[in-house]
Design a protein around this ligand. Structure first.
Ligand code: ADP
Ligand code: ASP
Ligand code: MG
Length: 815
């Protein structure tokens, strides 16, 4: 004999009930089967709401009755042939009339008792099972409907009654032993007391009904048919990458369901475990899927963690005080009080100093519990041996579960470091003595991020999802997005990084897509986005609270640079090609570095110097490995190098500058390059990264521009001044050429001092042959004292800058 249970979403409407029939019809030929059904999806909630409204004397409850009536009548009309409709419809109406009378009673006296509530809530299952039973019969099945209240006997703890297994097993054995129908349809959730009063088994209790019957009749299997394909590694509604666990032990399943895996009502396991009956969780909407087997001997899994679950709406209650040490019986009294008030404890932690007890309870119980404990320890609190109870709310418990966890070391270390890296604050920790479970209490707003972080850490073969928020989609930004789009597959397969661009913004618009933007259409998405705002952008990034978040600044804006601290403080990495932050005052630069360390958020700006060339990274490695930088000599301006490589006696200086701008090698305002400011910023950053405390004002800059050009305000006027100063520039060229030298704009750092300026470079110097827009850096260090360490290559251009940002993102992802 098989027992099958169909949940609320599986029987939500006529169409779905037809699927249920498909699933069981073939079975009926080979097995006698017991089919336990829930209320039509959502009906129990509606009944509860109607009862609450009636008790508040709110007449709106009558509308809910109408809605319930319509749903059941519509379902019955769609399922039943006209010939058998009238009998069924009048039976349904009769039941609904009784329900209405009960609710009217609650309305008149302005209250519902737990006893009355159980009667009211039971109508969901009574009606659904009746309709489904009639449907099976009318479809020619050898079926009958039976009321579970005549089989399952409980005490009178309304709301969640305790089963009298001796009587129940006896009644079930007798009934199912004699009934000859091949399919017996029963309502889940409801039972009755010895006095004949209707009771319920607790919300979600239809699973339990099915398990009780399966146990009583020694079923070969208990099938739980629901809306997902099994028990998943984490709640699939919150973790997209979660997958169905093929095989799991009773104990693991029990632990997962106790810690919130709603797919199975926790008490369900007990009756079948005792008899070794396997549970098979299956999907009504995808019956071909394998589902999950819960049984004694599971096929071993190589993973120590079998699943992750969580419970929301938790409060932490702690009792502390010096009076606790050494006084025996405090814990006993503490837990007795809780039990007396029917308060369920979800998690316990006690410091080994015995200085405090801390428990996790449902938020709805927190006031009652706080009051009860304070009253029970009134004397100790008055005499200052104990402090009054402290209660914290808006929390959640998240738990790792697995039978094999005990034989693996370092799991809790992994768990807490993964959470810590993502700024998930842990308020309390507990580990079951069986070592089958490690749980942590966290803030409820971190649940989704924490579940995904842990899932990634323990189940996704180390594929790490990076969530990227991009500000600035100009030249560099566009190239960057194209590169990500092209490399996405490679990154995932080879580097195990799943890079998703979640947000884009330019100065006018911004666009967010929680599941990652389809990069082929990014322009369209952005055009349809909302009005841009740096503040709103930051707030949204924070609200989304995604793991491994990276903010990318592709702008040259000082306002954007001023927001980095906010991101870092929220453990969001910052990757930027914008030099402003790192070349601002030293105090701000070091603040950002400190925040990056403190909040475990990478702050990377490789492209601040030499675009995509690995200059800063090389420097960092030198310093980190204990080398000391004595001198840096460099040509760091791709734009100035381009200008002086192309400027000669046959060309006019202003034309060459124009060409450099046209080809994208200069800043939007070319004066920033030509005045040397850009190079000053770069050498400043290199000096700082070498460990020196320097300000931009400490850098010597002898400009080659005439005063007239330096004094201009607009880009237009700047170009005009270059035209009028033509002979000034010609002289600069001929002076160098007459010495057989080339002109290079050189940045130098030595003995703690930095300077920038145009120099005559002779033929034998490594800078002489520097082509096009190339950059070169020579590091003279203690280790590289004779021959400097040299980095050389293209140092400007959108494509190489974009690839430098890309490289920083991969660095951030691997940190
Ligand atoms: P039914 O109405 O069939 O009893 P439930 O809504 O009670 O279904 O349980 C199924 C739901 O449980 C799923 O839709 C899913 O949202 C939720 N759930 C939570 N944790 C898990 C998990 N670990 N595996 C599968 N489902 C889970
Ligand atoms: N209908 C009940 C509830 O919603 C029982 C169940 O569906 O398992 O809680
Ligand atoms: Mg359920």
């Amino acid at each position: 004999m098989k027992v099958l249970k169909f949940g609320g979403s599986s029987v939500a409407n006529a169409e779905r009930i037809k699927l249920v029939k498909n699933s069981i019809e073939s079975n009926a030929r080979d097995h006698k089967q017991i089919v336990v059904v829930s209320a039509l999806g959502g009906v129990t909630d509606l009944l509860l709401k109607a009862a609450e409204q009636a008790a508040e004397r709110n007449e709106a409850y009558t509308q809910i009755i109408e809605e319930i009536e319509k749903r059941h009548l519509d379902t019955a009309r769609e399922l039943l042939p006209v010939s058998s409709q009238s009998k069924a419809l009048s039976a349904i109406k009769r039941e609904l009339n009784t329900l209405e009378t009960l609710l009217e009673g609650a309305f008149l006296i302005g209250e519902t008792t737990p006893k009355l509530l159980d009667r009211i809530l039971g109508y969901g299952e009574l009606l659904s099972s009746y309709i489904i039973g009639e449907y099976f019969v009318s479809a020619g099945m050898d079926a009958i409907h039976k009321d579970s209240r005549s089989l399952i006997k409980t005490d009178e703890s309304y709301g969640k009654a305790a089963v009298d297994f001796t009587t129940t097993n006896h009644l079930c054995e007798t009934y199912f032993g004699t009934v000859t129908y091949r399919t017996i349809v029963l309502p889940g959730f409801i039972a009755s007391s010895a006095h004949g009063n209707s009771t319920t088994l607790g919300r979600g209790g239809s699973d339990y009904t099915a398990a009780i019957i399966a146990g009583a009749v020694h079923a070969s299997v208990l099938e739980i048919w629901t809306d997902v394909s099994g028990m998943y590694t984490a709640n699939p509604k919150l973790v997209k990458q979660a997958f169905a666990i093929p095989d799991i032990s009773y104990e693991e399943a029990m632990e997962l369901s106790h810690f919130g895996a709603k797919v199975l009502y926790p008490p369900t396991i007990q009756p079948v475990l005792l008899r070794g009956i396997p549970i098979h969780i299956r999907n009504t909407f995808a019956p071909e899927e394998k589902g999950t087997f819960i049984r004694k001997n599971t096929n071993g899994s190589s993973r120590p963690v079998r699943g992750i679950s969580h419970i929301e709406n938790i409060a932490l209650l702690s009792l502390e005080g010096s009076g606790m040490v050494g006084i025996s019986g405090i814990s006993k009294r503490f837990f007795e009080v809780l039990s007396l008030h029917n308060i369920n404890v979800a998690l316990i932690t006690q410091a080994s100093s015995e200085h405090s007890i801390c428990i996790g309870i449902a938020e709805k119980d927190m006031e009652k519990a706080g009051k009860a404990i304070n009253e029970a320890f009134e004397y100790e609190i008055a005499t200052k041996k104990l402090n009054p109870v402290v209660v914290e709310s808006e929390l959640a418990i998240i738990a790792l579960v697995g039978d094999n966890m005990k034989s693996h070391q370092g799991l809790s270390g992994k768990m807490f470091s993964a959470l810590g890296q993502n700024n998930v604050n842990i308020r309390a920790i507990a580990q079951g003595a069986s070592e089958r479970n490690i749980s942590a209490v966290i803030h409820k707003s971190d649940v989704k991020k924490a579940l995904n972080t842990l899932h990634e850490r323990f189940f996704e073969d180390h594929v790490k999802q990076l969530n990227i928020f991009v500000m600035g989609v100009g030249n560099v930004g566009e190239k960057f997005l194209n590169q990500i789009d092209r490399q996405k597959k490679y990154l995932k397969e080879k580097l195990k990084l799943n890079v998703r661009v979640v947000a884009l913004s330019n100065s006018r618009k911004m666009y967010f897509e929680d599941n990652g933007i389809e990069l082929k259409n990014w322009k369209e998405c952005l055009d349809n986005g909302e009005t841009a705002s740096k503040e709103r952008f930051f707030e949204k990034v924070k609200e989304l609270n995604l793991r491994n978040s990276i903010f990318v600044d592709n702008t040259a804006s000082d306002i954007v640079a001023a927001t980095y601290a906010d991101y870092l403080k929220n453990s969001i990495a910052v990757v930027t090609c914008n030099k402003i932050a790192c070349s601002s005052d030293f105090e701000h630069y070091s603040l950002l570095k400190d925040l990056s360390r403190k909040y475990n958020a990478p702050f990377l700006f490789e492209t601040n110097v030499g675009a995509g060339l690995p200059i800063i990274d090389t420097l960092k490695n030198l310093v980190a490995s204990g080398d000391k930088v004595n001198k840096i000599q460099a040509v760091l301006s791709g734009s100035l190098n381009f200008v002086f490589n192309n400027f000669d006696s046959n060309s006019a200086f202003h034309d060459v500058v124009k060409q450099a701008q046209k080809e994208g090698y200069t800043e939007p305002d070319p004066k920033i390059d030509l005045s040397g400011i850009d190079v000053m910023r770069k050498i400043l950053i290199l000096a700082r990264e070498s460990g020196y405390q320097l300000e931009i004002s400490d850098i010597e800059n002898e400009s080659f521009l005439p005063q007239e050009s330096l004094d201009t305000v607009t880009v237009d006027d700047f170009y005009k001044s270059l035209v009028t100063s033509k002979s000034h520039f010609e002289k600069i060229y001929t002076d160098a050429a007459s010495e057989g030298c080339r002109l290079k704009y050189v940045a130098q750092f030595e003995n703690g001092k930095a300077k920038v300026g145009l120099q005559h470079i002779p033929k034998d110097h490594p800078f002489y042959n520097l082509e096009g827009k190339d950059n070169i850096v020579l590091f003279f260090t203690e280790r590289y004292s004779e021959q400097p360490l040299l980095v050389k290559g293209a140092g400007a251009g959108a494509d190489v800058t974009a690839s430098g940002i890309f490289a920083d993102i991969i660095r951030a992802g691997n940190m």
